[in-house]
Ligand binder design. Structure first.
Ligand code: ATP
Length: 761
């Protein structure tokens, strides 16, 4: 295409220019398209050699041509579109769009060191940008992910990121977006006399009033007391200690004492890695709303130590698991010295610290905190002959939903006897904590019931071998947004996850034998977008997390409405914490125990223990008030589900046995090779088998390994066919109690769950 260079600004072109500049705020797509239009003077014109004969032509002083330009006519307006520029722009746009976060380890390098660290320096506008990005439609993100995969865009360099946890945990993400003008009334926070900046930050979280534990603990902590706080699960204990810590940090910033600012203000000990990351996230969310915010870092095992160390050096608030914290601070004197000057030591889920061998490390940390530095020691010793009492200025805050009853009584000044056993060791821990005050304030926000207000509890009696069947039945029957299944053993998690997946349910595993990054990814998946239709009556099944007790404490995952105890928990406290993953804050939820014949007695004991105080305070007989309802699931429904459960079990067990067998074979072969022994097939068989304990199971595994691939495929096909048939399960809670079965079987309710068809009775 060629144009006369002697081109005046025609009315059309001027109009074209005007209309481009008038663009104003339009939808993104329009803006992008506008970007591709180029003013006529800026097009990449090329001079054309003209024949001599035109040299003297009047008014004709040259010819230029252009390629790759589209002329677009919009009504009276003509626009020029540079295709090459448009193409480049498109590529840039695609790159901008990429926000993929898939399952590959590379993705874990999402830079998250920003957050609180950057909060310190970042102007508010930046945060707003981040928020805006978050608000981008999910679909766009997904497309971005797909495109990125298609283009094989080089993944970001793995940077051993200790904070994959970013935004994994808090349910704050699920709060509906609020318009800026929609202010939350925070007047109920006024009695706590917090700084206006902090109240505004709390308002940003849309928390209109403090929870009972917050209302009681925050003033005591601000007044400088040591506090032992007890309140039911999901009742806001994290902010009960988090708010006063941030308040003190703000006060120190205002004082402007540079020395004071150099060391961290608080160290929070958490029993699990996931909980540590969650607390960190929760406090960062609170700090997001501040003009200036503390640098918060989490220090947990399973992630790169070097980066954690760098973060520790600049941290204001440290949250960590005792093992990793001890590993880092015991070797880094500078960090240790800095941590010694903390104002707050928090022990979250204190009673759990007694388990899993964490006690020793927690004790080491506390001892190290109190050990005076060499110079100071000499001074003290020379001044006094008395036993050196460790001097520190820190406040100690201990929180949990469960404290041993005897210890509680003692703390409340009511104990008439010495503490024994577990309580004794908790008391021992409390002693080791070396409180600043002789008598820390004990605040019990829920003296009567340990369980959350809006929690319903149920119990299903079934045979030992029927648990899988009942688990499946409950998951089909009880509509959920998210369900959590707890087991007492890692192997059960390993088996149940594929078992449920084979049945078409989106099960995800979580246990301590998984790599830390895989653990965080599992939680991320579980917490990911709630399925759009995962509501009563929907055919979309909500995610199911199958976990050991590693997920029992503290995790605040939004919209978990069902907790199933596949195994009866080992202790009443475990039951309280597991069940506490549902019915959090203002939400309601259901907790159901599957109880085999052998578990009957421990279950009764457990229920009595958990509900004894409720019964006692009402003065009614315990048996009427155990609060746990026995659920009868209709046998006809259960027996209808049995064939598919049997098939899924067979497939799962065969697959696991084959995998395990292959690993054992490899191990044997490697061991034989190293010893320079050649094993023939028969010997190989002999070495791999024995007649001792567990030989029955071994035999079963052997049989399972012998099943041919075709057979397994046949089972899979049969199961697929069964799953295609619809089961009218209905979605009434009444149904769980066996009340409305007839109606459901007749198809009175029009709601269906799963992809299975009528009971066929
Ligand atoms: N004042 C408040 N008003 C409303 N919701 C709140 C308030 N404070 C905290 N929350 C929310 O309540 C939920 C539970 O809080 P948190 O995780 O601190 O509970 P918890 O008592 O520590 O539970 P657990 O014993 O299980 O660890 C969180 O989603 C948190 O954001």
């Amino acid at each position: 295409m060629a144009f006369d260079k002697k081109r005046k600004h025609s009315g059309e072109q001027a109009q074209a220019k005007r209309s481009q500049s008038k663009g104003g705020p339009k939808r993104q797509k329009t803006q992008n398209t506008e970007k591709h239009f180029v003013p006529v003077d800026e097009l990449p014109w090329q001079t054309v050699e003209v024949p001599e004969m035109f040299d003297d032509a009047e008014g004709f002083y040259g010819l230029e041509e252009i390629q790759g330009v589209d002329v677009v006519r919009e009504g009276d307006v003509v626009k020029f579109k540079d295709d090459k520029k448009a193409e480049n722009q498109k590529m840039e746009d695609n790159e901008d769009e990429f926000e993929g976060f898939d399952d590959t380890p590379e993705e874990e390098s999402t830079p998250v060191e920003t957050k609180a660290g950057d909060q310190k320096k970042e102007p508010k506008t930046k945060k707003k940008d981040a928020k805006d990005q978050k608000k981008e439609p999910k679909e766009a993100k997904k497309d971005g992910k797909k495109d990125a995969k298609k283009q094989k865009k080089p993944a970001p360099q793995p940077t051993e990121d200790p904070e994959l946890e970013s935004n994994l945990f808090t349910s704050l993400d699920t709060l509906p977006d609020i318009e800026p003008e929609e202010d939350v009334d925070t007047s109920e926070w006024a009695p706590l006399e917090l700084s206006p900046d902090l109240v505004a930050a709390i308002g940003n979280l849309r928390f209109g009033k403090p929870t009972p534990i917050q209302a009681r603990a925050i003033p005591e902590i601000i007044n400088g007391h040591d506090v032992i706080g007890k309140a039911s699960t999901g009742s806001g204990k994290t902010l009960a200690f988090g708010i006063p810590i941030v308040e003190k940090w703000l006060a120190k910033q205002a004082e402007g004492n540079e020395d004071e600012k150099k060391h961290p203000i608080a160290m929070i000990l958490s029993p699990t890695r996931e909980l540590a990351h969650q607390i960190s996230d929760h406090l960062k969310k609170l700090s997001d709303g501040l003009t200036e915010s503390p640098y918060i870092c989490s220090v947990t095992g399973g992630l790169a130590i070097q980066k954690q160390l760098r973060q520790l050096e600049k941290a204001d608030i440290i949250i960590g698991t005792p093992g990793r914290l001890w590993e880092v601070i015991s070797t880094e004197i500078a960090v240790m010295n800095s941590i010694r000057q903390i104002d707050f030591l928090v022990v979250d889920e204190a009673d759990r610290l007694l388990k899993d061998g964490q006690f020793k490390e927690a004790e080491d940390i506390i001892k190290a905190l109190d050990r005076t530095r060499p110079g100071e020691e000499a001074e003290e010793d020379s001044d006094s002959d008395e036993e050196p009492t460790p001097k520190h200025n820190r406040q100690t805050l201990v929180f949990s939903a469960t404290f041993n009853k005897a210890l509680q009584q003692k703390l409340a000044g009511k104990a008439r006897y010495n503490l024994m056993g577990e309580a004794e060791s908790l008391e021992h821990l409390l002693k080791k904590l070396n409180f600043r005050e002789a008598k820390p304030k004990f605040i019990d926000a829920n003296p009567v019931s340990q369980m959350a207000d809006k929690l319903k509890e149920g119990l299903i009696h079934c045979g030992d071998l029927e648990k899988d069947l009942y688990l499946y039945a409950v998951l089909l029957l009880q509509p959920t947004r998210r369900a959590l299944v707890f087991t007492n053993a890692i192997n059960t998690v390993r088996r149940l996850t594929p078992f449920l997946q084979n049945l078409g349910l989106p099960a995800i595993s979580l246990h301590s034998d998984m790599e830390q990054k895989a653990r965080l990814r599992s939680l991320e998946k579980f917490k990911a977008d709630p399925p759009k239709n995962a509501n009563p009556g929907s055919s979309v099944q909500a995610p199911i997390l199958v976990a050991t007790d590693v997920a029992a404490r503290g995790l605040d995952i939004p919209n978990v409405d069902l907790v199933i105890h596949y195994h009866v928990p080992r202790s009443a406290d475990d039951y309280v914490h597991r069940s506490g993953r549902t019915a959090r804050a203002t939400q309601s939820g259901v907790s159901i125990m599957l109880c085999g014949p052998k578990e009957d007695i421990p279950t009764q004991r457990l229920i009595t223990k958990v509900h004894a105080s409720t019964a006692a305070s009402s003065g009614k007989p315990k048996k009427d008030l155990l609060g746990v309802q026995t659920i009868d699931i209709d046998r006809r429904l259960v027996s209808h589900l049995k064939p598919r459960v049997t098939l899924s079990k067979k497939i799962t067990e065969t697959t696991i046995a084959k995998e395990k067998g292959a690993k054992e074979d490899d191990w044997l072969k490697n061991a034989a090779e190293e010893l320079g022994i050649e094993l023939d097939e028969d010997e190989f068989e002999k070495v791999g088998s024995w007649k001792g304990k567990g030989s029955g199971k071994k035999q079963q595994e052997k049989q399972a390994r012998a099943v041919g691939k075709q057979e397994v495929q046949k089972w899979r096909w049969e199961l697929k066919e069964l799953l295609k048939r619809r089961v009218n399960t209905g979605v009434s809670e009444k149904y769980l109690n066996g009340v409305d079965v007839e109606g459901l079987l007749r198809g009175v309710r029009s709601e269906f769950l799963g992809q299975v068809e009528g009971l066929g009775l």
